[in-house]
Ligand binder design. Structure first.
Ligand code: FAD
Length: 492
């Protein structure tokens, strides 16, 4: 039985362990943090349960595929969200509710965007075609080198080429007339670590996945259920977990890694090693590769950092739903400066998740759990977070006035995490929340690969390797690395 060590228990590590353990591999997971899940983690305080990071469950069919390939029935209980989210603009009391049902959606925007249904069907139709033409061919495929990748791209119908060289904003501008609609549908660009003014229009496939393909779901018991369920299955298969243990060095002989050394000096031996630590910074920090040195990594495009607030609040809040965005009135200017500013945003844009709206187990009776996420510059640009309490107070006051609830007076528990906390907890490079961004020169064979350049038994899985970041992509990444290990490594 081949022995595998997985460095890190993020979703990428856990999902790979699920697939490999079902194929008879003997898996051990070594994790720096005290609990499994990486960013897909949890925090419990004073009877409130918070998901630490991810709150959006989309492309749920990828989880069906994962559990099925892992040899079990999908244990997650999902409830579809409708409306899928709502967006508050600064100068408008009522939020816009975003429905999957396009007739409802059209009604919501009838005062600003006539004939929305027709326009959105055309817009989504184009994104659907791109998704169908690239999903299996490009996203769900392993590439051994850039040439192979580029040749594969030539198989994508020619009509999609302009889609690559036009910004997402331009595509939205072509299809819709109101700023409200354009801004709302461009918010997904920030998920990829860019702005709609820079990101190519191909990423309107995210609008397709949210509005037509699968929507958003609430996971019963919270997002951390995903981690818990996978860990339970792995434990039942005798997968070994070692927590509070950071891998700081690898031993090797020739082209083989022979052991992973943890911070206490223990050497963990195996036939195969998989790093779920950031695929770019691991190569620099642990393997000392010049191509991934700090100065080279700093030149890459990283996604924004999270500034997160977890509030347990007394009283019910009726005007918040599961997913809520709060925007200001200077979208373009905000988008242009947010990535590289060295100071906290003056008038922050933020997202609020209230999972107690759909799941009563997340908060004590008569209370709500609020998770507030404000994207901020990473630690290359803003290193000093001593102003964290001021920024948190500013966001909480703004939210209070926009929903008409005195949150400060009703707060039962409050925790604030800055990019420094996120970096320290999970080794996120410079606190970047989603890892490497998805510019065209940072995807496919141009992204750090899921196999090592030098060691033939070292592989990578997770947000900064292929195909990319976000829970469904990381699940697909676990499939790709498993295929690589099965097809290529085991043949060597
Ligand atoms: C605030 C926030 C909100 C998000 N929201 C969403 C969302 O709503 N929907 C969505 O799809 N995605 C979301 N994401 C992105 C999503 O969380 C990530 O893409 C995904 O969880 C990454 O999983 P991973 O396996 O790559 O890595 P991680 O979750 O980072 O796991 C890597 C693990 O490796 C461990 N590790 C690192 N180095 C070492 C080492 N040397 N030795 C031992 N262990 C090590 C870390 O401690 C960590 O546990 C969000 C991210 C953040 C930060």
């Amino acid at each position: 039985m081949k022995k595998v060590i997985i460095i890190g228990s993020g979703l990428g590590g856990l999902a790979t362990a699920l697939r490999l353990s079902n194929r008879g591999y003997d898996v051990k997971i070594i994790e720096k943090y005290s609990t499994p899940g990486g960013r897909l983690n949890t925090m419990e305080k004073e009877g409130f349960k918070f998901d630490l990071g991810p709150s959006f469950m989309s492309m749920s069919y990828e989880f069906d595929e994962l559990f099925s390939d892992g040899g079990v029935k999908n244990p997650l209980l999902l409830k579809p969200l409708e409306p899928i989210y709502q967006v508050f603009f600064e100068n408008r009391q009522e939020p816009y509710k975003i429905y999957k049902n396009l007739a409802e959606l059209q009604k919501e925007f009838e005062s600003v965007e006539p004939e929305l249904m027709q326009k959105i069907q055309k817009y989504l139709g184009r994104a659907r075609e791109f998704y169908n033409d690239t999903n299996d061919k490009v996203i769900k495929t392993n590439f051994n080198n850039k040439l192979e990748y580029l040749l594969k791209l030539t198989g994508v119908p020619f009509k999609h080429i302009p889609y690559l060289f036009k910004s997402m904003w331009k595509e939205l501008d072509k299809n819709f007339q109101s700023d409200e609609v354009k801004i709302i549908f461009s918010l997904v660009a920030f998920f990829l670590g860019s702005t709609p003014f820079q990101t190519p229009s191909i990423y309107s496939i995210l609008n397709y996945t949210e509005l037509e393909n699968d929507g958003y779901w609430a996971v019963e018991g919270g997002m951390y259920k995903i981690t818990e369920e996978i860990v339970n299955i792995l434990k039942s298969r005798n997968v070994e977990f070692v927590f509070d243990s950071e891998i700081v060095q690898l031993n090797y002989e020739g082209e083989d890694v022979t052991g992973a050394i943890d911070s206490r000096g223990n050497v963990h031996q195996a036939d195969i090693f998989i790093s779920n630590s950031d695929a770019a910074s691991f190569r620099g920090k642990i393997l000392g590769r010049e191509k991934f040195s700090e100065s080279r990594l700093d030149k890459l495009h990283w996604t924004l950092s999270p500034f997160t607030i977890y509030l347990g609040v007394k009283g019910k809040i009726n005007n918040l739903i599961h997913h809520n965005y709060f925007l200001g009135s200077n979208f373009k200017e905000y988008a242009d400066t947010i990535f590289t500013s060295s100071v906290s945003p003056q008038k922050p844009y933020y997202y609020v998740n209230m999972s107690s709206a759909t799941d009563k187990t997340c908060a004590p009776e008569g209370c709500e759990n609020l998770f507030i996420l404000c994207p901020v510059p990473d630690l290359r640009y803003k290193t000093d977070w001593r102003d964290k309490d001021e920024l948190a107070a500013q966001i909480i006051n703004d939210l209070s006035s926009r929903i008409g609830v005195d949150l400060e007076a009703n707060t039962l528990t409050k925790t604030v995490l800055t990019p420094i906390d996120w970096q320290q907890k999970f080794n996120l490079y410079k606190g970047s929340g989603l890892g490497l961004a998805h510019d065209l020169n940072q995807v496919g064979a141009f992204r750090p690969q899921n196999f090592d350049e030098k060691f033939k038994n070292l592989f990578y899985v997770g947000a900064s390797t292929t195909p990319g970041t976000g829970l469904p992509m990381v699940v697909i990444g676990s499939k790709l690395v498993t295929e690589r290990i099965e097809n290529e490594f085991t043949r060597l």
